[in-house]
Every structure is written in C-alpha cells, then in structure tokens.
Design a protein around this ligand. Structure first.
Ligand SMILES: C[S@@+](CC[C@H](N)C(=O)[O-])C[C@H]1O[C@@H](n2cnc3c(N)ncnc32)[C@H](O)[C@@H]1O
Length: 285
C-alpha cells in the first residue's frame, strides 16, 4: 500500500466504524425497547445521536448505546430528540384552507366520518382539524384517531393547553386558513396557558401508534400525516404508504406535509392529485 493512500483509508474506516456502531445502537434500541429507528433518514439521525452523545458526555456511538441500554432516562431523552415534535396550530394555513374547501365537501357525503391524524405530536394539528370540522358542522359525526409514537406528547395533546404567547400567531394562521370567528372563542386563558374547549376533542381517540412497526387498525375517510415521513428513509416511507393505502376507504383522502409527496412511491398510481401545492391526494384504486 502506498503511504499516500493511508489517510484516505483511515477516513474510510472512521466512517465505516461509525456506521457499524450506529447500526448496532439502533438494533439494540429496537430489541430492548421496541422503538424502531433503523429506517430513519441517516444524516439527521446521525446529527441527533451525536447531539445526545455530547449531552451524555460519551465520545462514541458504542458509548451511547451502553448508556441507552442501562439508563431508561437517557432513552427517553433520545426519544424526544429523535421524534422532533415541532408543530403549530393551523401550520401551513393554505393546507387548512384547502382542507376546508376541497376535503370537507367530500367528507360531507359520508354519514359518519373517521379521520386518522398520524404523528399528531402535542395536538395542535388535531385541535386545528377539530375547529375546521366544528365550523363546517361535521365534528359531531366525526371520530378522529390522533396517534403518535411518543407517549409524552400524547399526554399534552389530550390536555389541550397551549402556550398563551403563541395565540397571536395562531390567530393569524386561523384567519389565513379561512376562519371567520374570533379565535379566542375556542380557549380560556389561564395561568397554565390557553386551555382549548374540551368539546373539540370529546370525539378524539388519542393513542400510541408506531408507523414503523404497528399495523392498520381501522378504515378511514381521510388520513392526515404531515411532516412525519420527512424523517424516514424511502424504505420506511414505502412501508407507511402501504399502511395508509390499506387503511383508506376507496376515494379516501391522504394529506401530507408540504415537503412530502406520493410521487415516486410504489402507490403513486393509486392516487389522484386533489391539490398539488397542499399535498392532498385521493385514493382511486
Ligand atoms: C414534526 S412533528 C409533526 C407534527 C404535526 N403532524 C405537524 O405537522 O405539525 C413529527 C411527529 O411525528 C412523530 N413520529 C416520529 N416517528 C414516528 C413513528 N415512527 N410513528 C408515529 N409517529 C412518529 C413524532 O413523535 C412527532 O410528534
């Protein structure tokens, strides 16, 4: 071997070793805790694992693996790190406007409506959907299933208390999403935050569901899964698209995030585009 190729070899070994260690860590987490992050998109996964490693003051991925297996609190922190819970009420207002204008009239044709809000995080999205459905006179005949991999965000979603300081931005989003009431009608301001009207979530079932490993549990007229699959690699995205396709009624609606699409998935031909910009698709076969 020529001396000049040695640094390159060392660099390659370093990268390979890290990959091997990350594979081992993810396998261990899956086998010990049942959380399957093996098919999450690698670059952002690597970044988040290293962030956790630095906070735990370990210098290798193997060190982090050992910590994770022996310290449940470390695992819980990693879970929060990995399942990025950023959300907002009426996030991407144009989507909610499109939902009101194009999805609601289609849902109205069903006597009883089932909606799956997958990856609902702390519930801002679920509350936004409930507000639109209430204003359109459909909430009483709708059951929303709001699911997430993360138990702690579901607890907060059920509480329906959101930071007061967000209310100004959420009011603007609500109005941009076609809302015509006073947004403040929906919550009571208290010391703990803005507590949303319980009647919005009376018909919501909040439950843990892991898109990477759990199966279909009902047939839905609409599935809203926004800003979740961006964290998955293409194989896991395909798995989730299989699951959604199986879980939608014929002519059911699939709503994705603005950076997500059905194009290039194995189900591309099974849907008709309803709204390209706001990523709304209708199952046609
Ligand atoms: C960025 S948030 C999106 C929240 C909301 N849908 C929105 O668009 O505002 C992503 C959510 O997906 C959840 N998630 C990540 N991996 C998941 C999985 N395998 N199964 C179910 N939910 C998952 C996370 O816990 C997190 O709450």
């Amino acid at each position: 071997m020529s001396p000049s190729s040695e640094p390159a070899l060392e660099a390659a070994e370093e990268v390979d070793r890290e990959d091997v260690e990350i594979d081992g860590l993810l396998e261990a987490v899956y086998r010990y805790y049942g959380f399957d992050f093996r098919q999450y998109a690698r670059p952002s996964l690597r970044r988040r694992l290293w962030r956790r490693a630095h906070l735990e003051k370990v210098t290798t991925m193997s060190g982090l693996q050992e910590r994770l297996l022996h310290d449940r609190a470390c695992m819980e922190h990693l879970l929060l790190d990995l399942s990025i819970n950023v959300t907002a009420m009426f996030r991407d207002p144009t989507f909610f406007l499109a939902f009101r204008r194009t999805v609601v009239p289609l849902l109205r044709t069903y006597p009883f409506i089932r909606i799956w809000n997958a990856g609902c995080s702390t519930g801002e999205e679920t509350h936004s959907l409930a507000i639109v459905l209430a204003e359109e006179g459909l909430l009483d005949r709708t059951r929303i299933y709001a699911t997430d991999i993360n138990e702690s965000v579901l607890v907060r979603a059920k509480e329906g208390v959101f930071p007061l300081e967000q209310m100004r931005a959420y009011t603007e989003n609500y109005l941009a999403a076609g809302g015509t009431r006073a947004f403040s009608e929906y919550y009571t301001a208290g010391y703990e935050g803005a507590r949303f009207d319980r009647s919005l979530t009376d018909g919501v079932v909040f439950s843990r569901h892991n898109l990477a490993s759990d199966g279909s549990f009902n047939e839905f007229h609409a599935i809203i899964c926004r800003n979740v699959m961006i964290y998955f690699d293409t194989k896991l995205q395909d798995r989730v698209h299989d699951l959604f396709h199986e879980s939608l009624v014929r002519f059911g609606l699939l709503c994705l995030g603005q950076k997500e699409s059905i194009t290039f998935t194995s189900h591309a031909d099974d849907y008709k585009v309803v709204d390209a910009a706001d990523r709304i698709f209708r199952k046609v076969r």
